[in-house]
Design a protein around this ligand. Structure first.
Ligand code: PBG
Length: 326
């Protein structure tokens, strides 16, 4: 048996290649920090920045020039309180930013909004804390999430991406959007999201690390999923699909390839994977030390997500990958 004759030169290898990353697959995360002049590099994520309220427009312009089709916005507001008021204000940071981005770029790029409260609360948890239950109050958080979704939709967001792992969030948001004239706005659900140590650098970037307090520990394990569970992982995504999610997601991605494949094989909806901050930082750190080659490592990882079943990838590598893809 000879399998090597199809590997002998790159033209033939290209002919038989089964999976590809294209620029159409990539979504770039963009951090916007209120009151910041210019931009700040995030120490644990070399090459990624917190952007001021003008600088983030330059970041989006660069994505458009590189041929990237979508960005996902994260806000770091000055005001953080117990209920995430800035996220519920139509003059709040994300609402202002979405309006600015849509005014500046129109339909040149899709603007997706991450919908959560951890960046907007003083305790850094993804919703309203119920001291009696000693956890995030699911239904109270659903109520404010519906408000937040309408604020994003009214500001002009092209797609809404709830990431808080509250039960029944998709049903709640779909109903709120449909009842208020936004039945055309898709929901990308962070449907299977694990309580992962790979989010560490993001929490530096978004200044959203949960604070230990008398009610809750310094982690999100009472709402994000246990990394050890795969049947539950599929159930989470299937429930969101049934509730009307337009796009499903597995997050993180690199250590969860089995879950990506499993979800893909059990849904006909498009599947996004989130190549999260810690995955990016590992690759950056290794390549900055000269231990591995950045470009080939990055493209191998992104291609492997496609092979596992991803239709699209949220990645901090998006701009670097788009440059290689040309
Ligand atoms: C908000 C949110 C998080 C990420 C995306 N949306 C952080 C978290 O759950 O703590 C993580 C992304 C990353 O690590 O790149 N809930």
């Amino acid at each position: 048996m000879n399998l090597r004759r199809l590997r002998l030169n790159s033209n033939i290898r290209d002919l038989v290649r089964e999976n590809f990353v294209t620029k159409n697959d990539l979504i770039m995360p963009v951090f916007i920090k209120e009151g910041l002049d210019g931009k700040n590099e995030i120490p644990s994520m070399p090459g990624i920045y917190q952007n001021g309220e003008n600088a983030f427009l330059d970041e989006i312009a660069e994505c458009i020039d590189l041929g990237i089709k979508a960005v996902i916005l994260f806000g770091i507001p000055k005001l953080k309180d117990s209920v995430g008021s800035d996220a519920l204000d139509e003059e709040g940071l994300i609402a202002r930013s979405v309006r600015k981005a849509k005014e500046t770029f129109g339909d040149k790029i899709a603007i997706i909004t991450d919908l959560c409260f951890c960046e907007f609360t003083e305790h850094g948890h993804c919703g309203i804390i119920n001291p009696k239950l000693k956890t995030v109050d699911n239904d109270a958080t659903l109520e404010i999430s519906a408000k937040q979704a309408l604020i994003h939709a009214e500001a002009g967001a092209d797609m809404i991406a709830p990431s808080g792992m509250m039960d029944n969030i998709i049903e709640t948001l779909r109903e709120a959007l449909d009842n208020n004239g936004f039945s055309h706005i898709p929901i990308m659900s962070y449907s299977t999201k694990f309580a992962s140590a790979f989010y560490g650098p993001f929490r530096d970037a978004a200044e959203s690390a949960p604070v230990a307090n008398e009610y809750l520990p310094k982690d999100r394990k009472t709402y994000q999923m246990d990394i050890a569970n795969s049947r539950e992982a599929l159930l989470e995504s299937l429930i969101d699909e049934a509730q009307g999610a337009d796009i499903l997601m597995v997050k993180p991605a690199l250590a969860f390839m089995d879950i990506i494949k499993e979800v893909k094989e059990n849904t006909l909806k498009p599947l996004c994977v989130y190549n999260v901050s810690g995955e990016y930082s590992m690759v950056k750190a290794a390549s900055m030390n000269g231990w591995m080659d950045y470009d080939s490592l990055m493209m191998e990882i992104l291609t492997s997500f496609k092979r596992a079943g991803a239709d699209m990838i949220i990645s901090y590598h998006s701009k670097d990958a788009a440059k290689i893809l040309g």
